[in-house]
Unconditional design. Structure first.
Length: 107
């Protein structure tokens, strides 16, 4: 993107210098027209690149949002998994306690 801007600046500088020259020479006029054409082409390319950059930036932002959502969901899932494991541990402890109580009653 910077190279397009630099090229545009150089072309503008060259055009300014050429405007100050004697324009009676037909070769110089032709060269000026070529430079103007080249400048116009570069401006078109610049606009195209800026449009593509805009779309890429929008896509990037959308992907960042989706990634953030996925990460948040993953954190929630991990938290649920931990809670589930803790509940299983509690149930195991209660089961062990009940088995101990049953054993006491049987003896």
């Amino acid at each position: 993107m910077n190279s397009v801007i630099e090229k545009e600046k150089k072309l503008n500088l060259a055009l300014t210098k050429l405007k100050n020259l004697n324009l009676k020479n037909p070769d110089i006029k032709k060269e000026i027209e070529n430079l103007k054409t080249h400048k116009n082409q570069l401006e078109i390319e610049k606009q195209d690149l800026e449009q593509k950059y805009k779309y890429l930036k929008e896509d990037y932002n959308i992907l960042c949002e989706k990634l953030s959502e996925i990460q948040n969901k993953e954190k929630i899932d991990q938290k649920k998994q931990i809670e589930f494991s803790e509940k299983i541990d509690e149930l195991n402890q209660e089961t062990d306690t009940l088995i101990d109580e049953i054993d006491k009653w049987q003896t």
